[in-house]
Ligand binder design. Structure first.
Ligand SMILES: Cc1cc2nc3c(=O)[nH]c(=O)nc-3n(C[C@H](O)[C@H](O)[C@H](O)COP(=O)(O)O)c2cc1C
Ligand SMILES: CC(C)CC(=O)C(=O)O
Length: 408
Protein backbone atom coordinates (compact mmCIF):
# COMPACT_ATOMS: atom_id res chain seq x y z
CA UNK A 1 0.00 0.00 0.00
CA UNK A 2 1.21 3.52 -0.75
CA UNK A 3 3.08 5.27 2.04
CA UNK A 4 2.56 8.93 2.94
CA UNK A 5 5.30 10.12 0.60
CA UNK A 6 4.30 8.32 -2.57
CA UNK A 7 1.27 10.34 -3.57
CA UNK A 8 0.62 12.99 -6.19
CA UNK A 9 -0.95 15.44 -3.78
CA UNK A 10 -2.75 17.18 -6.63
CA UNK A 11 -4.49 14.03 -7.58
CA UNK A 12 -5.59 11.53 -4.96
CA UNK A 13 -8.77 10.23 -6.56
CA UNK A 14 -10.12 9.44 -10.03
CA UNK A 15 -12.52 12.36 -9.59
CA UNK A 16 -9.56 14.71 -9.13
CA UNK A 17 -7.90 13.13 -12.15
CA UNK A 18 -11.02 13.81 -14.20
CA UNK A 19 -11.02 17.43 -13.05
CA UNK A 20 -7.37 17.92 -13.98
CA UNK A 21 -7.91 16.26 -17.35
CA UNK A 22 -10.89 18.53 -18.04
CA UNK A 23 -8.65 21.56 -18.39
CA UNK A 24 -6.06 19.78 -20.48
CA UNK A 25 -8.30 18.74 -23.37
CA UNK A 26 -9.80 20.85 -26.13
CA UNK A 27 -13.58 20.92 -26.22
CA UNK A 28 -14.04 18.49 -29.08
CA UNK A 29 -11.82 15.87 -27.39
CA UNK A 30 -13.38 16.40 -23.97
CA UNK A 31 -16.90 16.05 -25.33
CA UNK A 32 -16.00 13.01 -27.42
CA UNK A 33 -14.37 11.21 -24.49
CA UNK A 34 -16.78 12.17 -21.75
CA UNK A 35 -20.21 12.09 -23.28
CA UNK A 36 -22.67 9.25 -23.49
CA UNK A 37 -25.62 9.06 -25.84
CA UNK A 38 -28.89 11.01 -25.88
CA UNK A 39 -29.60 12.42 -22.41
CA UNK A 40 -26.61 10.59 -20.89
CA UNK A 41 -28.74 8.86 -18.26
CA UNK A 42 -27.11 5.44 -18.73
CA UNK A 43 -23.70 7.12 -18.64
CA UNK A 44 -24.55 8.63 -15.25
CA UNK A 45 -26.19 5.51 -13.87
CA UNK A 46 -23.18 3.35 -14.75
CA UNK A 47 -21.37 5.25 -12.00
CA UNK A 48 -24.14 6.03 -9.52
CA UNK A 49 -25.56 2.48 -9.52
CA UNK A 50 -22.49 1.39 -7.57
CA UNK A 51 -23.80 3.43 -4.61
CA UNK A 52 -26.73 1.06 -4.23
CA UNK A 53 -24.36 -1.64 -3.11
CA UNK A 54 -22.64 -1.36 0.25
CA UNK A 55 -19.89 -3.52 1.67
CA UNK A 56 -20.25 -5.77 4.74
CA UNK A 57 -16.74 -5.83 6.21
CA UNK A 58 -15.47 -8.76 8.25
CA UNK A 59 -12.83 -8.18 10.95
CA UNK A 60 -10.07 -9.95 12.88
CA UNK A 61 -8.95 -11.96 9.88
CA UNK A 62 -5.20 -11.29 9.63
CA UNK A 63 -5.04 -9.15 6.53
CA UNK A 64 -1.33 -8.44 6.90
CA UNK A 65 -0.78 -10.21 3.55
CA UNK A 66 -3.42 -9.57 0.93
CA UNK A 67 -3.05 -11.11 -2.53
CA UNK A 68 -4.89 -8.97 -5.06
CA UNK A 69 -3.55 -10.79 -8.12
CA UNK A 70 -5.49 -12.94 -10.53
CA UNK A 71 -4.80 -14.79 -13.75
CA UNK A 72 -6.18 -13.45 -16.97
CA UNK A 73 -5.20 -14.51 -20.51
CA UNK A 74 -2.60 -16.81 -19.00
CA UNK A 75 -0.85 -14.04 -17.07
CA UNK A 76 -0.86 -12.89 -13.49
CA UNK A 77 -2.60 -9.49 -13.33
CA UNK A 78 -1.79 -7.28 -10.35
CA UNK A 79 -5.45 -6.61 -9.67
CA UNK A 80 -8.59 -7.96 -11.35
CA UNK A 81 -8.84 -4.90 -13.59
CA UNK A 82 -7.51 -3.79 -16.96
CA UNK A 83 -7.78 -0.82 -19.30
CA UNK A 84 -10.72 -1.05 -21.71
CA UNK A 85 -10.30 -0.31 -25.43
CA UNK A 86 -11.05 3.32 -26.21
CA UNK A 87 -10.52 4.87 -29.60
CA UNK A 88 -8.09 7.59 -30.65
CA UNK A 89 -6.06 8.07 -27.49
CA UNK A 90 -3.54 10.45 -29.09
CA UNK A 91 -6.26 13.09 -28.91
CA UNK A 92 -5.52 13.20 -25.18
CA UNK A 93 -1.73 13.13 -25.35
CA UNK A 94 0.92 12.36 -27.94
CA UNK A 95 1.87 9.19 -25.99
CA UNK A 96 -1.51 7.83 -27.05
CA UNK A 97 -1.97 4.07 -26.90
CA UNK A 98 1.78 3.52 -26.49
CA UNK A 99 1.65 5.42 -23.18
CA UNK A 100 -1.30 3.31 -22.09
CA UNK A 101 0.44 0.07 -23.11
CA UNK A 102 3.63 0.98 -21.25
CA UNK A 103 1.70 2.02 -18.15
CA UNK A 104 -0.28 -1.23 -18.21
CA UNK A 105 2.90 -3.24 -18.59
CA UNK A 106 4.50 -1.43 -15.66
CA UNK A 107 1.42 -1.91 -13.48
CA UNK A 108 0.98 -5.51 -14.71
CA UNK A 109 -2.59 -5.07 -15.86
CA UNK A 110 -4.13 -6.18 -19.17
CA UNK A 111 -4.84 -3.71 -21.95
CA UNK A 112 -7.57 -3.64 -24.56
CA UNK A 113 -6.69 -1.85 -27.80
CA UNK A 114 -9.39 -0.29 -29.96
CA UNK A 115 -9.32 -1.12 -33.66
CA UNK A 116 -9.56 2.64 -34.10
CA UNK A 117 -6.36 3.44 -32.24
CA UNK A 118 -4.07 6.26 -33.22
CA UNK A 119 -1.04 3.91 -33.10
CA UNK A 120 -0.75 0.65 -35.00
CA UNK A 121 -1.49 -2.62 -33.29
CA UNK A 122 2.08 -3.73 -34.01
CA UNK A 123 3.48 -0.70 -32.16
CA UNK A 124 1.20 -1.36 -29.22
CA UNK A 125 2.10 -5.07 -29.15
CA UNK A 126 5.76 -4.13 -29.04
CA UNK A 127 5.18 -1.66 -26.20
CA UNK A 128 3.16 -4.29 -24.32
CA UNK A 129 5.81 -7.01 -24.64
CA UNK A 130 4.64 -10.03 -22.68
CA UNK A 131 1.96 -8.07 -20.83
CA UNK A 132 -1.42 -9.36 -22.02
CA UNK A 133 -3.12 -7.28 -24.68
CA UNK A 134 -6.35 -7.91 -26.53
CA UNK A 135 -7.68 -6.33 -29.71
CA UNK A 136 -11.16 -4.87 -29.80
CA UNK A 137 -12.74 -5.57 -33.16
CA UNK A 138 -15.49 -4.03 -35.19
CA UNK A 139 -16.36 -6.56 -37.89
CA UNK A 140 -16.55 -4.59 -41.09
CA UNK A 141 -18.96 -5.24 -43.88
CA UNK A 142 -15.90 -5.40 -46.12
CA UNK A 143 -14.76 -8.60 -44.46
CA UNK A 144 -11.33 -8.63 -46.09
CA UNK A 145 -10.30 -5.65 -43.99
CA UNK A 146 -11.28 -7.46 -40.80
CA UNK A 147 -9.46 -10.58 -41.95
CA UNK A 148 -6.28 -8.60 -42.53
CA UNK A 149 -6.54 -7.00 -39.11
CA UNK A 150 -7.07 -10.37 -37.43
CA UNK A 151 -4.07 -11.83 -39.19
CA UNK A 152 -1.92 -8.90 -38.11
CA UNK A 153 -3.15 -9.25 -34.52
CA UNK A 154 -2.31 -12.95 -34.47
CA UNK A 155 1.16 -12.26 -35.79
CA UNK A 156 1.70 -9.51 -33.23
CA UNK A 157 0.78 -11.79 -30.32
CA UNK A 158 -2.61 -10.48 -29.20
CA UNK A 159 -4.24 -12.92 -26.79
CA UNK A 160 -7.82 -12.40 -27.84
CA UNK A 161 -10.18 -10.37 -29.96
CA UNK A 162 -13.07 -8.62 -28.24
CA UNK A 163 -15.83 -8.32 -30.82
CA UNK A 164 -17.95 -5.31 -29.95
CA UNK A 165 -21.57 -6.38 -30.36
CA UNK A 166 -23.48 -3.35 -29.12
CA UNK A 167 -22.82 -1.19 -32.16
CA UNK A 168 -25.12 -2.06 -35.08
CA UNK A 169 -25.33 1.72 -35.40
CA UNK A 170 -23.50 4.36 -33.46
CA UNK A 171 -25.42 5.77 -30.51
CA UNK A 172 -26.53 9.34 -30.82
CA UNK A 173 -23.80 11.44 -29.27
CA UNK A 174 -25.02 14.97 -29.42
CA UNK A 175 -21.75 16.68 -28.54
CA UNK A 176 -20.02 14.78 -31.31
CA UNK A 177 -22.67 15.90 -33.78
CA UNK A 178 -22.64 19.50 -32.59
CA UNK A 179 -18.84 19.71 -32.69
CA UNK A 180 -18.71 17.92 -36.05
CA UNK A 181 -16.11 15.72 -34.44
CA UNK A 182 -13.25 14.53 -36.58
CA UNK A 183 -9.65 13.52 -36.08
CA UNK A 184 -7.35 16.52 -36.50
CA UNK A 185 -5.09 16.30 -39.56
CA UNK A 186 -1.90 15.54 -37.58
CA UNK A 187 -3.43 12.29 -36.26
CA UNK A 188 -4.41 9.15 -38.11
CA UNK A 189 -6.26 5.94 -37.38
CA UNK A 190 -3.12 3.82 -37.07
CA UNK A 191 -4.38 0.46 -38.23
CA UNK A 192 -5.97 1.62 -41.44
CA UNK A 193 -3.72 4.43 -42.58
CA UNK A 194 -2.74 2.57 -45.73
CA UNK A 195 -5.81 0.45 -45.96
CA UNK A 196 -8.06 2.49 -48.15
CA UNK A 197 -10.29 1.01 -50.76
CA UNK A 198 -9.97 2.94 -53.98
CA UNK A 199 -13.41 3.03 -55.49
CA UNK A 200 -13.98 4.21 -59.03
CA UNK A 201 -16.85 6.64 -59.29
CA UNK A 202 -20.15 4.91 -59.95
CA UNK A 203 -19.08 1.44 -58.80
CA UNK A 204 -21.42 -0.14 -56.29
CA UNK A 205 -19.30 -1.96 -53.76
CA UNK A 206 -22.23 -4.00 -52.47
CA UNK A 207 -21.32 -6.48 -55.22
CA UNK A 208 -17.73 -6.81 -53.98
CA UNK A 209 -16.12 -9.44 -51.77
CA UNK A 210 -18.82 -11.09 -49.64
CA UNK A 211 -21.52 -8.99 -51.28
CA UNK A 212 -23.95 -11.74 -52.19
CA UNK A 213 -25.20 -12.38 -48.68
CA UNK A 214 -25.41 -8.72 -47.78
CA UNK A 215 -28.45 -6.52 -47.80
CA UNK A 216 -28.64 -4.12 -50.69
CA UNK A 217 -26.79 -0.99 -49.73
CA UNK A 218 -27.01 2.48 -51.02
CA UNK A 219 -23.73 4.06 -51.98
CA UNK A 220 -23.58 7.29 -50.10
CA UNK A 221 -21.25 9.00 -47.70
CA UNK A 222 -22.34 8.10 -44.18
CA UNK A 223 -23.58 10.97 -42.11
CA UNK A 224 -21.24 10.36 -39.21
CA UNK A 225 -22.22 6.70 -38.94
CA UNK A 226 -25.62 7.40 -37.47
CA UNK A 227 -28.65 5.60 -38.75
CA UNK A 228 -29.92 7.39 -41.80
CA UNK A 229 -33.66 6.88 -41.80
CA UNK A 230 -34.54 3.64 -43.57
CA UNK A 231 -31.57 3.77 -45.87
CA UNK A 232 -28.61 1.56 -45.32
CA UNK A 233 -25.42 3.47 -45.97
CA UNK A 234 -22.57 1.65 -47.61
CA UNK A 235 -19.27 2.25 -45.88
CA UNK A 236 -16.85 3.50 -48.45
CA UNK A 237 -13.57 5.22 -49.07
CA UNK A 238 -11.04 5.43 -46.26
CA UNK A 239 -11.77 3.36 -43.19
CA UNK A 240 -12.89 5.77 -40.50
CA UNK A 241 -14.81 5.21 -37.31
CA UNK A 242 -17.79 7.13 -38.60
CA UNK A 243 -18.07 5.09 -41.77
CA UNK A 244 -16.99 1.66 -40.59
CA UNK A 245 -17.44 1.04 -36.84
CA UNK A 246 -21.16 0.34 -37.08
CA UNK A 247 -22.31 -2.83 -38.80
CA UNK A 248 -26.01 -3.63 -38.57
CA UNK A 249 -25.71 -6.88 -40.52
CA UNK A 250 -23.94 -8.92 -37.83
CA UNK A 251 -25.65 -12.09 -36.62
CA UNK A 252 -24.86 -14.96 -34.28
CA UNK A 253 -24.93 -17.79 -36.78
CA UNK A 254 -22.94 -16.31 -39.64
CA UNK A 255 -20.50 -13.93 -38.03
CA UNK A 256 -19.53 -15.53 -34.73
CA UNK A 257 -18.75 -18.78 -36.48
CA UNK A 258 -16.73 -16.89 -39.12
CA UNK A 259 -14.79 -15.06 -36.43
CA UNK A 260 -13.97 -18.23 -34.53
CA UNK A 261 -12.65 -19.81 -37.71
CA UNK A 262 -10.43 -16.81 -38.37
CA UNK A 263 -9.07 -16.43 -34.83
CA UNK A 264 -8.83 -19.79 -33.11
CA UNK A 265 -6.69 -21.34 -31.82
CA UNK A 266 -4.13 -18.53 -31.60
CA UNK A 267 -6.55 -15.90 -30.31
CA UNK A 268 -9.60 -16.29 -28.13
CA UNK A 269 -12.91 -14.79 -29.28
CA UNK A 270 -14.79 -12.70 -26.73
CA UNK A 271 -17.97 -10.67 -27.06
CA UNK A 272 -18.02 -7.16 -25.62
CA UNK A 273 -21.40 -5.58 -25.06
CA UNK A 274 -23.54 -8.37 -23.61
CA UNK A 275 -26.24 -7.05 -21.28
CA UNK A 276 -28.84 -9.80 -20.82
CA UNK A 277 -29.07 -13.40 -19.62
CA UNK A 278 -30.51 -14.45 -23.00
CA UNK A 279 -27.54 -13.17 -24.98
CA UNK A 280 -25.12 -14.54 -22.41
CA UNK A 281 -26.62 -17.99 -22.97
CA UNK A 282 -26.32 -17.57 -26.74
CA UNK A 283 -22.69 -16.60 -26.27
CA UNK A 284 -22.07 -19.80 -24.34
CA UNK A 285 -23.98 -21.77 -26.97
CA UNK A 286 -21.86 -20.30 -29.77
CA UNK A 287 -18.67 -21.28 -28.01
CA UNK A 288 -17.01 -17.94 -27.35
CA UNK A 289 -14.23 -17.82 -24.78
CA UNK A 290 -15.70 -15.08 -22.61
CA UNK A 291 -17.98 -12.06 -22.46
CA UNK A 292 -17.83 -8.49 -21.26
CA UNK A 293 -20.98 -7.05 -19.71
CA UNK A 294 -20.86 -3.57 -21.18
CA UNK A 295 -23.08 -0.81 -22.52
CA UNK A 296 -20.14 0.90 -24.20
CA UNK A 297 -19.74 3.37 -21.35
CA UNK A 298 -23.31 4.63 -21.87
CA UNK A 299 -22.50 5.66 -25.45
CA UNK A 300 -24.85 3.33 -27.29
CA UNK A 301 -28.37 2.55 -26.05
CA UNK A 302 -29.31 5.26 -23.61
CA UNK A 303 -31.89 3.90 -21.19
CA UNK A 304 -30.11 0.56 -20.92
CA UNK A 305 -29.43 -0.79 -17.45
CA UNK A 306 -26.27 0.27 -15.68
CA UNK A 307 -23.78 -2.54 -16.18
CA UNK A 308 -23.47 -3.35 -12.47
CA UNK A 309 -27.25 -3.91 -12.47
CA UNK A 310 -27.14 -6.06 -15.61
CA UNK A 311 -24.27 -8.16 -14.28
CA UNK A 312 -26.17 -10.46 -11.84
CA UNK A 313 -28.55 -11.92 -14.45
CA UNK A 314 -25.65 -12.59 -16.79
CA UNK A 315 -23.59 -14.26 -14.08
CA UNK A 316 -26.53 -16.40 -13.08
CA UNK A 317 -27.19 -17.48 -16.66
CA UNK A 318 -23.58 -18.32 -17.46
CA UNK A 319 -23.03 -20.39 -14.30
CA UNK A 320 -19.27 -20.25 -14.56
CA UNK A 321 -19.10 -21.87 -18.01
CA UNK A 322 -17.11 -18.94 -19.41
CA UNK A 323 -15.55 -15.89 -17.72
CA UNK A 324 -17.72 -12.81 -17.28
CA UNK A 325 -16.02 -9.44 -17.28
CA UNK A 326 -17.66 -6.05 -16.75
CA UNK A 327 -16.97 -2.42 -17.61
CA UNK A 328 -18.72 0.93 -17.20
CA UNK A 329 -18.61 3.53 -14.46
CA UNK A 330 -15.83 2.00 -12.39
CA UNK A 331 -14.13 4.88 -10.60
CA UNK A 332 -13.05 3.40 -7.24
CA UNK A 333 -11.27 0.33 -5.94
CA UNK A 334 -14.47 -0.41 -4.03
CA UNK A 335 -16.35 -0.56 -7.37
CA UNK A 336 -14.01 -3.33 -8.52
CA UNK A 337 -14.65 -5.13 -5.23
CA UNK A 338 -18.43 -4.77 -5.63
CA UNK A 339 -18.37 -6.03 -9.24
CA UNK A 340 -16.39 -9.09 -8.18
CA UNK A 341 -18.74 -9.67 -5.25
CA UNK A 342 -21.62 -9.69 -7.75
CA UNK A 343 -19.87 -12.40 -9.75
CA UNK A 344 -17.65 -10.64 -12.30
CA UNK A 345 -14.30 -12.30 -12.89
CA UNK A 346 -12.58 -9.12 -14.00
CA UNK A 347 -13.24 -5.39 -14.59
CA UNK A 348 -12.17 -2.91 -17.25
CA UNK A 349 -11.95 0.89 -16.97
CA UNK A 350 -12.29 3.18 -19.99
CA UNK A 351 -12.37 6.93 -19.42
CA UNK A 352 -10.06 7.03 -16.38
CA UNK A 353 -7.18 5.98 -18.67
CA UNK A 354 -8.06 8.79 -21.09
CA UNK A 355 -8.06 11.27 -18.22
CA UNK A 356 -4.71 9.90 -17.07
CA UNK A 357 -3.29 10.38 -20.56
CA UNK A 358 -4.64 13.92 -20.77
CA UNK A 359 -3.20 14.77 -17.35
CA UNK A 360 0.36 13.50 -17.86
CA UNK A 361 0.62 11.03 -20.74
CA UNK A 362 1.99 7.62 -19.73
CA UNK A 363 2.73 8.88 -16.19
CA UNK A 364 -0.90 9.88 -15.82
CA UNK A 365 -2.12 6.39 -16.78
CA UNK A 366 0.39 4.95 -14.29
CA UNK A 367 -1.07 7.26 -11.65
CA UNK A 368 -4.62 6.20 -12.48
CA UNK A 369 -3.69 2.53 -12.22
CA UNK A 370 -1.89 3.12 -8.93
CA UNK A 371 -4.86 4.95 -7.43
CA UNK A 372 -7.27 2.15 -8.33
CA UNK A 373 -4.82 -0.61 -7.33
CA UNK A 374 -4.13 0.98 -3.94
CA UNK A 375 -7.82 1.53 -3.34
CA UNK A 376 -8.71 -2.02 -4.32
CA UNK A 377 -6.03 -3.58 -2.11
CA UNK A 378 -7.05 -1.39 0.81
CA UNK A 379 -10.69 -2.31 0.27
CA UNK A 380 -9.83 -6.01 0.27
CA UNK A 381 -7.99 -5.60 3.58
CA UNK A 382 -10.65 -3.49 5.26
CA UNK A 383 -13.39 -5.87 4.13
CA UNK A 384 -11.44 -8.83 5.55
CA UNK A 385 -10.63 -10.66 2.29
CA UNK A 386 -7.12 -11.97 1.69
CA UNK A 387 -7.51 -13.46 -1.79
CA UNK A 388 -9.51 -12.32 -4.79
CA UNK A 389 -11.43 -15.62 -4.74
CA UNK A 390 -12.66 -14.76 -1.23
CA UNK A 391 -14.73 -11.88 -2.58
CA UNK A 392 -18.37 -12.99 -2.83
CA UNK A 393 -21.87 -11.63 -2.42
CA UNK A 394 -21.60 -12.34 1.30
CA UNK A 395 -19.70 -9.05 1.39
CA UNK A 396 -22.47 -6.94 -0.13
CA UNK A 397 -25.88 -5.60 0.67
CA UNK A 398 -28.19 -3.68 -1.64
CA UNK A 399 -29.93 -0.52 -0.55
CA UNK A 400 -33.15 0.63 -2.22
CA UNK A 401 -34.30 4.22 -2.72
CA UNK A 402 -35.93 4.41 0.69
CA UNK A 403 -32.77 3.19 2.41
CA UNK A 404 -34.03 -0.35 2.98
CA UNK A 405 -31.09 -2.73 3.08
CA UNK A 406 -31.28 -6.32 1.86
CA UNK A 407 -28.83 -9.20 1.74
CA UNK A 408 -28.01 -10.62 -1.67
C1 LIG B 1 -13.86 7.86 -25.92
C2 LIG B 1 -14.27 6.43 -25.91
C3 LIG B 1 -13.96 5.63 -26.99
C4 LIG B 1 -14.33 4.29 -27.00
N1 LIG B 1 -13.96 3.53 -28.04
C5 LIG B 1 -14.34 2.24 -28.08
C6 LIG B 1 -13.97 1.42 -29.15
O1 LIG B 1 -13.29 1.84 -30.07
N2 LIG B 1 -14.42 0.16 -29.15
C7 LIG B 1 -15.19 -0.35 -28.13
O2 LIG B 1 -15.59 -1.50 -28.17
N3 LIG B 1 -15.50 0.39 -27.07
C8 LIG B 1 -15.10 1.67 -27.02
N4 LIG B 1 -15.41 2.42 -25.94
C9 LIG B 1 -16.11 1.80 -24.79
C10 LIG B 1 -15.10 1.25 -23.77
O3 LIG B 1 -14.44 0.12 -24.27
C11 LIG B 1 -15.77 0.85 -22.47
O4 LIG B 1 -16.83 -0.04 -22.76
C12 LIG B 1 -16.29 2.02 -21.67
O5 LIG B 1 -15.45 3.13 -21.81
C13 LIG B 1 -16.39 1.65 -20.21
O6 LIG B 1 -16.97 2.68 -19.47
P1 LIG B 1 -16.14 3.76 -18.63
O7 LIG B 1 -15.55 4.72 -19.60
O8 LIG B 1 -17.21 4.38 -17.79
O9 LIG B 1 -15.11 3.03 -17.81
C14 LIG B 1 -15.05 3.76 -25.91
C15 LIG B 1 -15.36 4.56 -24.82
C16 LIG B 1 -14.96 5.88 -24.80
C17 LIG B 1 -15.29 6.72 -23.59
C1 LIG C 1 -16.87 4.59 -32.92
C2 LIG C 1 -15.59 4.09 -32.44
C3 LIG C 1 -14.43 4.20 -33.33
C4 LIG C 1 -15.21 4.50 -31.10
C5 LIG C 1 -16.22 4.13 -30.13
O1 LIG C 1 -16.59 3.00 -29.97
C6 LIG C 1 -16.77 5.17 -29.35
O2 LIG C 1 -16.48 6.34 -29.60
O3 LIG C 1 -17.56 4.85 -28.43
Amino acid sequence: MAGQGEHDLNCLTIEELENHAHGMMDKQTRDYYNEGSDSNSTLRENTTAYNKYRIRPRVLRDVSKVDSTMDVFGHKNNIPMGVAPTAMQALAHSDGELGTARACKKAKVAMGLSSFSTKTLEEVAEASGDNPHVLQLYLFEEREHSRKLIQRAKKAGFKAVFLTVDTPFLGRRNGEIRNQFKLPPHLKVGNFAEDQIPMPEGENRSSEAQGKSRPKLERKQSQAGYQDGDKRVLPQGPITFHTHAANPTLSWERDIEWLKQECLPEMEVWLKGIATAEDALLAVHHGVSGIVVSNHGGRQLNGALATIDALPEVVEAVQGKIPVHVDGGIRHGTDVFKALALGADFCWVGRPALWGLAYKGQAGVELMLKLLSDEFKLCMSLAGTVKVEDISKEYLVKMDNSGFVSRL
